[in-house]
Structure formats: C-alpha cells, structure tokens
Design a protein around this ligand. Structure first.
Ligand code: SF4
Length: 290
C-alpha cells in the first residue's frame, strides 16, 4: 500500500513526482513522516515510466516537486540525468524543487550545485529546526547547525533558493531561550530567501513523544510558544526573506516579509500575548491536521 505523500504547502500547484520512498536518514526524533517507510530509491526504469506517464498527462507542466524526503541525497550524476530527462519531457518546465538535507547539499561542490541550477533545480527545502547544537543532538538531527549554515550559504551562492524550516518549541521548556537565540543567529548568517516557522507537536510513535510521556521533554504552553516565536523574530536580521508561520501547528497564522514587516509581526504577537486568550498552563488542543 502506498504511504502518505508529503510536500511543502508552497508546492500545492506543482506536479509531484515520487522518485523515492521515505527518507534516507529517517532518525529525527520529532519526525513521524516516514517512520513506517523503508527508504527506497525507485529503479531508473520505474522513474522513466513515472516521468513519461506524467508528461503524457500534463505536458504543459512548469513546476515539479520531487518526492519523498531528501531527494538531494541522490548522487550528482543521478540528479543531473534526472533533471535532463525532466527538461526534455516538459518543454515549458521552469523549476524543479525538492527537500534537501544539509549533509546532501554539502556532498556537492559549488560547481556541481551551479550545474544543477542550470538544469532548473530551483528551491531546496531544508529543515534547520534549530540553531542550537544541543537541541539538534537531542533531536537526532544528522547535521550540526554549522553544517546547515554552510550548506545553505553554498546553495544560495550557486543561485539556488533556500526555503528553511525551523521548529519552535523544539528545545522544550528547559531550552526555549537558547533555542530561539541560536536559531535566529543561524538564520541571520544563512539569509534564506524563504523561512517557515512550525510549532513542534510530539507525534505518537516518535522519540519526542516518548520523551514527553516519560517527562523528559516538556512541551511549551501556548503562552510560551508565542513568547518563543516573538523572541526569535526580535533577533532576526534578515535582508530579504519571505516569512511564514501559517502551518496548522502554529497558534496564530502569520506571514510577512523581512525586513519591512518585522515590527508588524512583533506587534501582532505582543497583542496576542496581551489578549489573555492563550493557555498559560498547557500547549492547548493539538491541531486537527499536521
Ligand atoms: S525531518 Fe527530514 S531528515 Fe529528519 S527524518 Fe524527517 S524527513 Fe528525514
């Protein structure tokens, strides 16, 4: 049976082509996306068939998203061949986007990334999650913050667009401030073009959920989650970034552009904190969908 398909909200109108199942890392303690899925890169012939069928049905496609997780983990030769096929099959193709982990980006040289960019690879969605090394280790993220900053900078220098995700609340109640400050610092150094803030929700079956059940991880209350997001935004010095915190996990949907909307975002969060509507003793009800 086919497993659930995940794609970033911004890819809602893209043609999604699944060329692999699952995530080659699949160990992040907060992530339940592919827990039950054994990683498998589809054989070349199968990928060819998938592309040929999609090209017959949607020949005017301009945007493609390649799934599942971390397609950037493919070798540069495989990625180049794949992009060449997509360019040949879809004459109107403008951009190909995918999930990319820092480790997989850093395995490509600046020149190789430029070559992929020339073949219309466009946006890399990378989960930074936190800029705090201790929080990342606890979360069993593969990369250090330093590696992900280096990966983001290398990709953007090659002309690729970085869409970076961070997880508010990942440090729990014990490391909220350190998490917010270090995450802002990492983002300031990376200067991603797109930034999404999601709120961490312990999902059954994950290590984070087990830690919460055992009392080793304390999820932020609603008030603390908004305070942490406000602390993060206060420290952001982004020169040209589209910011979104409108995922269903967030308490209040927010979006804006840095630097021009920073004050407005902070005022909105301050007003929410002053409203007395937030739960100061619990994380509140979980979102209906994640
Ligand atoms: S967060 Fe990303 S890298 Fe980590 S296990 Fe989930 S899909 Fe894989």
């Amino acid at each position: 049976m086919s497993h659930a398909l995940f794609r970033p909200p911004a890819e809602a109108y893209s043609l999604i082509l699944r060329i692999a199942d699952g995530c080659p890392w699949n160990r992040c303690g907060f992530c339940g996306m592919y827990k039950e899925v054994l990683y498998r890169l589809h054989p070349e012939a199968e990928i060819e068939q998938t592309i040929a069928k999609a090209a017959r049905m949607q020949p005017r496609t301009k945007r493609i998203f390649l799934a599942d997780g971390d397609v950037m983990a493919l070798s540069v030769e495989r990625l180049r061949a794949l992009l060449e096929t997509l360019n040949a099959r879809f004459p109107r193709l403008a951009r190909v986007n995918l999930y990319a982990n820092g480790h997989s980006i850093l395995r490509k040289s600046p020149e190789q990334l430029e070559a992929l960019r020339a073949l219309k690879l466009n946006t890399l969605y990378m989960g930074l999650e936190s800029g705090n090394e201790a929080v990342l280790r606890q979360a069993q993220k593969r990369e250090t913050a330093e590696e992900m900053i280096a990966a983001g900078k290398r990709a953007q220098a090659a002309g690729l667009k970085m869409s970076v995700m961070v997880l508010t609340g990942l440090g729990g109640q014990s490391a909220s401030t350190e998490h917010a400050v270090a995450t802002a610092e990492a983002l300031n150094r990376m200067q991603p073009k797109l930034l999404s803030a999601l709120r961490v929700i312990p999902i059954p079956g994950t290590a984070l959920y087990q830690a919460e059940q055992a009392g080793a991880f304390r999820q932020l209350t609603e008030v603390q989650a908004v305070e942490e997001l406000k602390a993060l935004i206060e420290k952001l010095e982004l020169e040209s970034t589209v910011f979104r915190a409108n995922h269903s996990s967030n308490i209040l949907p927010l979006e804006g552009r840095f630097p021009k909307d920073k004050s407005q975002l902070l005022e909105t969060l301050a007003a929410l904190l002053a409203s007395g509507r937030l739960d100061a003793s619990s994380p509140g009800p979980p979102p209906l969908s994640l």
